[in-house]
Design a binder for this molecule. Sequence first.
Ligand code: SF4
Length: 487
Amino acid sequence: MKKIIPLKEIPTDYNTSDKMEEECGVFAVYNKDNVENIANLAYCGLFALQHRGQESAGITLLNDGYIETIKGMGLVSEVFDQDQLSTKVGNAVIAHVRYSTTGSSTLANAQPLSARSILGDIALAHNGNLVNANRLRHQMELEGNVFQSSSDSEVILNMIARRSKMGIEEAVKDTCNVVSGGYAIVMLIARKLVAVRDPLGIRPLCIGKIHETGTYILASESCALDIAGAELIRDVNPGEMIVIDENGLHSSYYIQEKKRASCSFEYIYFARPDSILDGQDVYHVRGTAGRYLARQGKVDADVVIGVPDSGIVAAIGYSEESGIPYSMGLVRSKYMGRSFILPTQQLREQAVKLKLNPMRQVVSGKRIVLVDDSLVRGTTAKKLIKLMRDAGATEVHFRLASPMVKSECFFGVDISSKEELIASKMNIEQMCKEVGADSLDFLSIENQREILGGDGFCEGCFTGSYPINDVEPIVHEDHVQGMLDFE
Ligand code: SF4
């Protein structure tokens, strides 16, 4: 979900994060009868998707045709009172967690969003970015539409509401044929749960079922089905619309063309390793990336260390392939929030240690292979490698389990501006020197294709070649000064 600004006022300030950031997770439940503790089921689903967004969380409940929304700023555990959720009755919910840099932390942008239409109440939760939202919004404003939030999700909501006369399914399909971008959307409309995935399947969405109760679950990742006790049935296909109502689950398509460009970065970094996306096991993909990295070039080293959390599985794969033992050489603090404000420059320089601290007993006197998932700006890598040397590492060979990130993303992932991406302005030797490593290597794009199984994946941020060409400029939102500059 992106912030929309007037066409003439697109700023150029970008966030300072040193990781790409997912922008949302969605979760939904439907049963023809009331489901016991349905709001708490959504709470658990959101909890499993918390890594996809920590700014705000929301749950919209459908009870006898009426909707009720509870949402707020913060983590799932901060926004909801589980005792209060236990009192809620209903047969369907949609739920959402949102990522944001702190500059855009407003309740108005928290989801689900809702609106009244002749179809009744509509509630919507959205993961992804529209690449033509500014134009659509501008046009709708000229026609008299009023918007309450700065999000592109509200554009979708309004477009569906404006098409109400067509009936639910046609209103949604017609809207999907006008909007462009990467999106996975769950909606409650007129006692039905409706879900759509963008025509290229850029953003993920899967369907599960709790067989004992006949309850359907939709989620951004299958790890959220596990926590709900649901079995993964399948992924929603690109361009597919799912409608679940008292007659069961119905599938139809709003486009005929069968193309796929799923986000390859979901496998590298965003998704949890216990998720299965479009039939591929994320853990296996990451481990294989580590193996391929090891095959790309031999390194004489004593120990392989993974950068927690998303570098660990690739590091294990690297270790297995190379025969160099794996060891836990970095400890990650689990209890630090994302908006940790450090008051002085001295503390800010030490910030990386608050989150990742090297194990001197593992590192000292050793030649290490340090494996991370990706390199964005290079600022955190530089600090980490210095930490390793300060802890006694004699050599640091830095390996990245993804190709070089050279371009920004238009489809729902917050990356630094192209100018800030280290790989867009330096070659490997220069980057190696910049981050202070003894050697540096990235997974080749050819190897990534082989691991993922060929075509059918978006590689825009690696190659600069995007599956959709007509895109509006990205608006990167501000970070608070003094925040940790890495994820
Ligand atoms: S540009 Fe990169 S992050 Fe964005 S959808 Fe494509 S692969 Fe994913």
